[in-house]
Ligand binder design. Sequence first.
Ligand code: DGJ
Length: 741
Amino acid sequence: MSITINESHLEFHLYNDQISYIFRVLEKSHQLEHLYYGKRIHHRDSFAHLIEREIRPSCNMFEGDHTSSMEHIKQEYPSFGSTDFRFPAHVIMREDGSHITNFVYQDFRVIKGKKSIDHLPATYVEQETEADTLEIDLFDKVLQCQLTLTYTIYQDRNVISRHARFVNIGKEDYFLDQAMSMSLDLPDDQFEMIHLQGAWAREGHLEKKRLSKGIQSIYSNRGASSHVFNPFLALKRFQTDEQKGEVYGFSLVYSGNFLAQVEVDTYNVSRVTMGINPFQFKWKLAAGESFQTPECIMVYSDHGLNGMSQTFHKLYRDRLARGYWRDKTRPILINNWEATYFDFNEDKVLQIAKTAKDLGIELFVLDDGWFGKRDDDSSSLGDWFEYEEKLPNGIEGLAEKVEELDMRFGLWFEPEMVCKDTRLFEEHPDWIIATPNRRVSHGRNQFVLDFSRCEVVDHLFNLMDQIISKSKISYIKWDMNRHITEAFSQALPTDQQGEVYHRYILGVYDLYERLIEKYPEILFESCAGGGARFDPGMLYYAPQTWTSDDTDAVERLKIQYGTSMIYPLSSIGSHVSDIPNHQVGRMTPIDTRAAVAYFGTFGYELDITKLSDQEKGQVREQVAFFKENRKLIRNGEFHRLLSPFDDNITAWMVVSEDKTEALVGYYKVLAKPNEPYQRIKLTGLDPNQLYQVNNETSYYGDELMNIGIILAGNYIDRASDYWSREHPGDYQARLFMLKAL
Ligand code: DGJ
């Protein structure tokens, strides 16, 4: 890995064995020109041959020069208004209303390793040798503004990370109307854009469309990354599939409002931009102050979508997630939400915990309804005191009893919200996000606390701390069940109201950080009405996320398949729930539900006391199976094989790092009569290794990858079986365990 600078003509080449990223300083304007990003190429003393300049009808920066139109120059962090008419990376507005910037190159630094980013989540290194960082300083003389663009290239990963920092070193205040994390001009538009879209209970659905001229974008303006779009997009070549071909992936390490977009101009240049959504954003950069953008992770892969995803998985699992739980085996949990909803008491939940313990489950999680007078969703958020009628011994007493079962205890909170019937609201009615003299919209009868204010975050920390400090709590599920409306903070002056959304999420990060610091051994699972905040920002604090409130096994195939584009299995919260399923009413076999949930953190969410003895036996086996294989599932390389978005069949697999073990999941949604022959071609195995499949027949890796697992039966000499065959029916799942011999 290296960052090599051709100093005489100021070219920067970041490269490792897999990728190259090249840009340079323009001679006249001293702005940055992008030259190349993709598969590793040779270093040269000059990359001048990559410069493209045509004389084109346009406006040019310099008189007498007809090739200095920034509109026709591929750039690193473009501005608007001085000959480039495309969507810029930044916009700064001065008090006089002008908005022209001219950031010119000043200096560079190469730093071993990677620095952390103040108050924001970010990927990191453990050894300086894992990455090199290049900082480029640019300066706008009129604004007296310093802009530092940071690029980190990882040693063994096809990853470049980028972010930007503005520092006002002058005497005049001005406003950042837009400050994106990254902008990249790719030289052509022969791509399909992939992203995840959805809604509550159907998150993570894959969407694919061919790039077309103009802007195509995904975004959030809801105060959270949201169910609707994920802060991720990928550009893949038309022929690229899961296993092969070129793809560029972009993922924003952020949990608030974002924008991810591609603008294709009429010269076929594709400008990718990602960062905080400029809509409703305006940051006062007062004299002497600075603004830091979130980090954007860029992955280039020529090994298809799986290649891209595997890079994201490893980076996010090992160098974004942190702390005590990062490398640890996560407990198999049982959550009481779908078992009881609000209707529980200590006896009931202890019965669930006890039965779960008997079946091998390791952690009991008490969900919503344990505080205030919360019997439904109309009250009590903010009164983080035990509901005595339900829990006469409090959380402390319940946790103790669960611990006595030799089980760990976990608890649900929704710290960012308040209901109007609470002490918190009575004492601090001005602590909610609301616009003066306007109606305040509710979501699920709750209001959003103004986390942009330190005193609010302090107060919530104290309330939570009172419960946590006196009880043996090993896990916290941090929920967030509505979005921000009527954004306005009573604590901010008029000219800083455009900061509310970003300051809000900084407040959320702050509370997480403080809780983690005080309770480093608590396992956090983030949640936002399911997957409305399944984003890399959250993974920095909570290594797992509740993926969706939809627990139906069939729906989960799509949700988990889509989510796996970016996020590792170690982060994908997945539970076996009841039938008829509570979201769609579907009746799927319990083994199918488990076979889907295995490919995630795995747990249960149903009234386990009501299962038949036979079902309990199945649960016991499932728990034992997961315990035996959870290291493989957590640490292995995940491969998507067949997409639920294409057909009736889904398949995926996870292969151990040393390729001696693999687990394949195969799911057929609807049974079909007299079907065509089927094979699942595996990937990622050692071609020369002999694997035993489900303790039966053995095959070489090359057979499994080139011929596949043959799914049809072999009825030679048993034609009479035709009428007596048992059909597995709809919603069938099959697992194939491969062990190297
Ligand atoms: C939404 C979450 O996604 C559910 O799992 C559950 O915790 C409920 N909130 C509780 O209100």
